[in-house]
Design a protein around this ligand. Structure first.
Ligand SMILES: Cc1cc2nc3c(=O)[nH]c(=O)nc-3n(C[C@H](O)[C@H](O)[C@H](O)COP(=O)(O)OP(=O)(O)OC[C@H]3O[C@@H](n4cnc5c(N)ncnc54)[C@H](O)[C@@H]3O)c2cc1C
Length: 434
């Protein structure tokens, strides 16, 4: 990999962004003999995959494989890596006590039935008001909104009911996995293969200006380096693509492509904060404290300020991870890390009837991953709005055989907003070029 230099580079294909999508496209193109140059803004590759190489392989970004997802599992296999199905129990904390299993959603089957009957797409917020507006459905409405906010990191009054229907129907059959050793080594494998095939990766190269004409592009970086190629893949997060020109990573394309700009606004992009707390002891396993046996617990859902928590079960670990998604994460995005930490400790203190100071003194290390204010992501991951299917058709259409887009937000399958989505999009974009 390369850092600073003022060279002007000529190549077949430039890829902006060395996340899963950009790297997968580079892998496929370089394998087919294309000369590829990758420009990456950060001083590391992987994007929203960021595995810390400590004893635990702590994941600051992507962590799970949400289903039996073929491209991810195949790539892991090729890299000699393994994914294990997630064992462990799901718990819910509410009304001052822990209960085993999902929170009661008595009307879930009815919700799926009504969704199946829905003929015209609408946002899930309006759908709930129309179909389940009565007082007796208040708990169902609250649960659905919590799920859409937490899991999809979405605004319920923007999220497409059709897309959620697709997600929820497929979820029932799927197994969740975790990557043994974390996602990081999978990215390392891609980089090794890409470099073996002769591609070059430039780190700390923030693309700022793109000039193009049929069959020719020039990318100019923030430090005025110039890179030229016949074709360009823009593999940036949607948050960056939509950013105001004043933002650090925002790009300007000239001549501009108005219909594509508009389409980018028609796909949702959520907010997320992930709070990683490494304790000295796994206090949640202390049955005397909790009154229940949480030794096999993997997830806890709650109504606390930081509502979702998970352990590393079945690994023996003292890492406990908090998750705040959607509009609550958006509203709090400018908080300091210390404020997030305090809210996380308070949430745990409430659930486990502990003192926040006692919890704080049990902390060995902590990290707040606030992706919403990270200048090279500016959000979490994509979700569908009502207009997104049409918007994606536009964005998946190459511009004059010269500019292509890739990224998780362009994927059409059931695993939206995932590593699988990014890898698949990268692969498909490479196929289009080849
Ligand atoms: C907290 C969190 C948890 C997640 N958990 C999971 C999970 O458990 N399972 C799962 O499957 N998915 C998960 N995801 C989603 C998954 O991480 C993403 O869908 C996927 O990694 C996106 O890949 P990408 O290549 O599309 O984008 P990115 O990984 O964001 O790659 C884009 C790249 O572009 C670079 N870039 C930005 N601006 C510029 C610029 N101007 N010039 C040059 N380079 C630039 C960025 O630095 C980045 O490297 C999670 C995401 C987050 C944020």
């Amino acid at each position: 990999m390369y850092f600073a230099s003022s060279i002007m580079k000529n190549t077949d294909v430039i890829i902006i962004g060395a996340g899963a999508a950009g790297l997968m496209a580079a892998y496929e193109l370089s394998k087919a003999g294309k000369q590829v140059t990758i420009l990456e803004a950060r001083d590391r590759v992987g994007g929203r995959i960021h595995t810390l190489n400590d004893d635990m392989h702590t994941e600051l970004g992507a962590e799970f494989i949400h289903g039996d997802l073929p491209v991810t599992l195949q790539l892991l296999h090729e890299a000699g890596m393994k994914a294990i199905p997630l064992p462990g129990e799901m718990w819910y904390y509410g009304d001052g006590k822990f209960s085993h299993g999902y929170q009661q959603m008595d009307d879930w089957a009815l919700l799926l039935k009504k969704l199946a009957e829905l003929e015209q797409d609408t946002n899930i917020g309006d759908f709930l008001q129309t179909e389940f507006g009565e007082e007796r459905f208040a708990d169902l409405r609250k649960s659905v909104v919590k799920f859409v906010t937490g899991y999809d990191t979405a605004d319920p009054f923007k999220a497409s009911a059709f897309a959620l229907r697709k997600e929820w129907q497929s979820e029932e059959e799927d197994t969740q996995h975790r990557v043994v050793g974390g996602y990081g080594p999978m990215i390392d494998y891609l980089v090794k293969q890409i470099e073996k095939n002769g591609a070059e990766i430039y780190l700390s190269a923030i693309a700022k200006n793109i000039h193009w004409t049929h069959g020719r592009v020039e990318v100019i970086t923030a430090d005025q380096r110039s890179f030229k190629a016949a074709q360009l893949i823009i593999a940036l997060p949607l948050g960056v693509l939509r950013a105001d020109t004043g933002e650090k990573a925002a790009i300007q394309i000239s001549p501009s492509i108005a219909s594509y700009r508009e389409a980018m606004q028609q796909i949702g992009f959520g907010s997320i904060v992930k709070i990683l707390l490494q304790f000295k002891t796994a206090f949640w396993k202390d049955e005397a404290q909790t009154g229940v046996s949480l030794k096999d617990m993997i997830f806890i859902l709650s109504n606390e300020e930081i509502p979702t928590w998970w352990s590393q079960h079945p690994e023996h670990s003292t890492l406990f991870t908090g998750w705040l998604g959607g509009l609550p994460a958006e509203r709090k995005k400018n908080q300091t890390d210390e404020e997030f930490l305090q809210q996380a400790l308070q949430s745990l203190a409430n659930m486990f009837k502990l003192d926040t100071e006692a919890l704080r003194s049990n902390l060995a290390a902590w990290h707040v991953a606030n992706w919403t204010t990270d200048p090279f992501t500016l959000g979490s991951y994509a979700y569908d709005m009502v207009e997104s299917v049409e918007a994606r058709k536009i964005l998946n259409t190459p511009i004059d055989h010269t500019i292509y887009f890739a990224g998780e937000y362009l994927y059409e399958g059931v695993a939206m907003g995932t590593v699988e989505a990014a890898l698949t999009s990268g692969l498909e974009t490479a196929y289009k070029i080849l």
